[in-house]
Design a binder for this molecule. Structure first.
Ligand code: ZN
Ligand code: ZN
Length: 271
């Protein structure tokens, strides 16, 4: 799938980051990552990681951080200076704090940190988040079965809390929501809004995309939300969700240009 918004170089960079993350995933010791519990969703709408004693190994996190920074500097040599600042400041305590702040998606913390330490404002959050993802992905794999069960009415990823935005159509037209952050995956009714649960066909619409038969945007006129629906049933190799999300970023622009995405809160069914 091609689009004109994201450059080839950017996609290459993303693939390199994913390679680092995969390498890190292999090092994560599952027993150390979490306590396996039978009923991990005692509170159904809270993300899984908050309910299962999720423990990110600091040393592996630091290694992920270094690997990702290496890829970033190679692709953008102008980041060398920022990388040396990280090199001087990053230690075990700061890593602990970054893990905490990245888990709670505290963008404000990272922007202030960047300002204080005179690095690119987007870089600390990006780094902290990218280094965290391998841990999230191992967690989602471990609890694959339970996530499928609880996710039927989720508007956020049941594992990591990311808002839903991407779905795949697989064999027989089955619709699966996929999380680009942690790769959790769960089935949803094809004609149903992932944000508010609306299944009134009159209020759900598909926007099709020029020259791209496999890509659609499902929009909901009840809550104003949208998700990207990609028919991957004919793909021999399905792209990783993180890559699929980036390859379809033009669909986000189309949906947002048409006024979708700012979800009305009061339409969300409680779950
Ligand atoms: Zn997730
Ligand atoms: Zn809706």
């Amino acid at each position: 799938m091609k689009n004109e918004i994201v450059s080839e170089e950017y996609i290459e960079l993303q693939k390199k980051l994913l390679d680092v993350q995969k390498r890190i995933e292999e090092q994560i010791d599952q027993e150390h990552l979490t306590v396996l519990v039978e009923d991990p969703f005692k509170i159904p709408h809270l993300p899984l990681y908050t309910q299962v004693a999720f423990n990110v190994d600091r040393n592996i996190y630091l290694e992920a951080f270094k690997g990702i920074l290496g890829v970033m500097v190679k692709s953008q040599p102008s980041l060398q200076n920022d990388a040396s600042i990280f090199g001087k400041i990053m230690d075990a305590n700061l890593a602990n704090q970054w893990i905490e702040e990245a888990l709670s998606m505290n963008e404000y913390y990272f922007v202030s940190w960047a300002e204080e330490n005179k690095v690119e404002s987007w870089l600390p959050y990006f780094m902290a988040e990218q280094a965290l993802r391998p841990f999230m992905r191992v967690l989602a794999k471990l609890y694959e079965a339970q996530i499928k069960d609880v996710a039927k009415t989720a508007k956020h990823c049941p594992c990591c809390g990311e808002p839903v935005r991407l779905a795949q159509l697989e064999q027989k037209g089955k619709k699966f929501l996929v999380c680009p952050r942690c790769y959790a995956k769960w089935q949803e009714k094809k004609l149903s809004c992932s944000h508010c649960g609306n299944d009134d066909h009159q209020k759900l619409k598909y926007l099709s995309v020029e020259r791209q038969k496999e890509a659609q945007i499902q929009v909901c006129n009840e809550c104003n939300g949208y998700i990207k629906v990609i028919d991957t049933s004919a793909y021999i190799q399905k792209p990783e969700p993180a890559l699929l999300d980036i390859l379809t970023i033009h669909l986000d622009y189309i949906a947002q240009e048409k006024g979708y995405g700012d979800i009305k809160q009061d339409t969300q069914k409680q779950n």
